[in-house]
Design a protein around this ligand. Structure first.
Ligand code: AMP
Length: 502
């Protein structure tokens, strides 16, 4: 089934319900949201888009992002979401690799895109887009569960990005897990797009469309904590997805403004490790409004969830342990922990997290070698290391490629980072391995100092020794003004390792 049927159905049963908001302004009810998307579909088909044809969408968050998504789906096409902040060369690679035949983009990006590609570019904030969305409507093109809907390029913390094929069936599975495993959705709710719609946040649109909720896109088009607090207060109950670094900024802003986060119903966090100190601080500030998810492009948003109750239940004897986990398998997947030979490991033992189920990708776009290395007998190798407990809670220890092997022993950077972050002189930290003739690798910590602080290696060593074995202490603490991050806020450990070897 084409996921665009959800928009058609909601428009049919609740056409006058508010749908698209830009900041405080209501732009469209469901009838007009659907009418615009259906017109766009007809316009795209007239311009040659056929079933399975790829359309690149390179724009900052804006309500028209949703019109473009659903319009392309109604026409039977595939969206190639491209983060608007990527370097033009990265964009050119994705356009070429995906075989996109047309582009929707922000007007601000037209020139740089036109320098990279001869493809036709339609700007969202432009009369051409307005014309395309005002013509006679097209009907929803039939699509099957295996048909491609969203061709998502991995964020590329290492190497060249790969195109993850996300089908209509995967979107449906991920979307239906959301109200079951993450957070129920009703027509009174609003989805607030605080994170880039080109990544996971955009994939929360379909379930909110299905339930007839509002979609609020901040006017700034970027993450501005003050704006998120104000919009939530004005238009709650709002739900939103946030990466851990964003949540930390929101907590700081709320504390500074003495705001209890009025109107925020749920903050779904994930996409990277959430340090315990940060989530405890966030819960202390906002109360029980959090759900954690663990996913990856190859199984978007739907591997595990740590429930609101688990995060809030301070009296549970294993509350802290659970808070450090990513929760339990969502409804459409099974999990296993396997060793390097692909054999299942007993509970409690650390190995690679493997996932199978409806939200798992069928493979990478035009990349059979990468697919064969990642999908083994129906299991997705996540590249994450973790262990399961008897109650089904999964704890991630690190990315397998970030593990430091020193003197033959595995050291997981994340546990060192967790402890260092609890020291008041440390604002942010990233621990990586540095080649060492004696040990193979040795531990090095890059430290972003807290404002006005000068972290002292002797004090940090002593702080670590309260919690961790002596051999895990960094051999060097390197002060750094800011950690290198990719466009989604993930720390680029490859860059840090290159800095050490350079
Ligand atoms: P991406 O494909 O760019 O979304 O990155 C997915 C990776 O981010 C996963 O394989 C994990 O390493 C990490 N990740 C996602 N969610 C979480 C989470 N809740 N906790 C820790 N790491 C996470």
């Amino acid at each position: 089934m084409n996921i665009a049927h959800w928009l058609e159905r909601t428009a049919h049963i609740a056409g006058d319900a508010p749908a698209l908001m830009h900041g405080d302004d209501l732009l469209a009810d469901y009838a007009s949201f659907h009418a615009r998307a259906a017109s766009l579909a007809a316009g795209l088909s007239a311009r040659g888009l056929s079933k399975g044809g790829r359309v690149a969408l390179c724009a900052a968050n804006t309500p028209d992002y949703l019109v473009a998504m659903f319009g392309v789906w109604i026409a039977g096409g595939v969206i190639v979401p491209i983060n608007a902040k990527l370097h033009p060369k990265e964009v050119a690679f994705i356009l070429h690799d995906s075989g996109a035949t047309q582009i929707f983009a922000d007007a601000a990006l037209r020139e740089s895109l036109a320098a990279q590609t001869p493809l036709p570019i339609v700007c969202l904030d432009n009369p051409d887009f307005a014309t395309l969305t005002a013509g006679p409507p097209g009907a929803v093109t039939p699509r099957d569960a295996d048909d491609l809907a969203w061709l998502f390029y991995t964020s590329g913390t290492t190497g060249r990005p790969k195109g993850v094929q996300i089908t209509h069936g995967m979107l449906m599975a991920t979307s239906l897990c959301y109200p079951v495993d993450v957070d129920p959705v009703s027509a009174k709710d609003a989805a607030l797009y605080a994170a880039p719609m080109s990544h996971g946040a955009g994939l929360y649109a379909p379930i909110h469309v299905r339930m007839g909720a509002r979609h609020i896109v901040p006017r700034s088009g970027v993450f501005d904590p003050g704006e998120v607090l104000a919009l939530s207060q004005a238009h709650g109950p709002t739900s939103m997805f946030m990466a851990p670094t964003m949540l930390r900024r929101l907590t700081d802003a709320a504390r500074a403004a003495k705001s209890p986060g009025h109107g925020i119903k749920t903050i779904v966090y994930g996409g990277g490790p959430m340090y315990r100190a940060d989530i405890e601080e966030a819960v202390a500030c906002f109360g029980p409004r959090f759900v954690q998810i663990y996913g990856q492009g190859e199984c978007p948003m739907a591997i595990t969830a740590l429930s609101r109750a688990d995060i809030a239940d301070r009296r549970h004897p294993r509350w802290r342990e659970r808070l450090a986990s990513v929760g339990r398998a969502q409804s459409a997947v099974t999990l296993a922990i396997m060793d390097a030979q692909g054999q299942p490991l007993p509970l409690g033992q650390t190995g690679e997290v493997m996932v199978r189920g409806a939200p798992v990708m069928p493979g990478y776009w035009n990349n059979p070698n990468a697919t064969a290395a990642t999908l083994i007998d129906g299991w997705l190798k996540t590249g994450d290391l973790g262990h399961l407990d008897a109650d089904g809670y999964l704890t991630l220890v690190d990315r397998s490629k970030d593990v430091i092997i020193s003197g033959g022993t595995n050291i997981y950077p994340r546990e060192i980072e967790e402890v260092l972050l609890t020291h008041p002189s440390v604002h942010a930290v990233a621990v990586v391995g540095r080649p060492s003739p004696a040990w193979g690798e040795e531990v090095v910590a890059f430290i972003v100092p807290a404002p006005g602080a000068t972290p002292d290696p002797v004090t940090l060593d002593a702080h670590l020794l309260n919690a961790l074995a002596r051999f895990k202490r960094p051999k060097a603490y390197i002060p750094i003004a800011d950690l290198p991050r990719n466009n989604y806020g993930k720390v680029l450990k490859t860059t840090l390792r290159e800095m050490l070897s350079g």
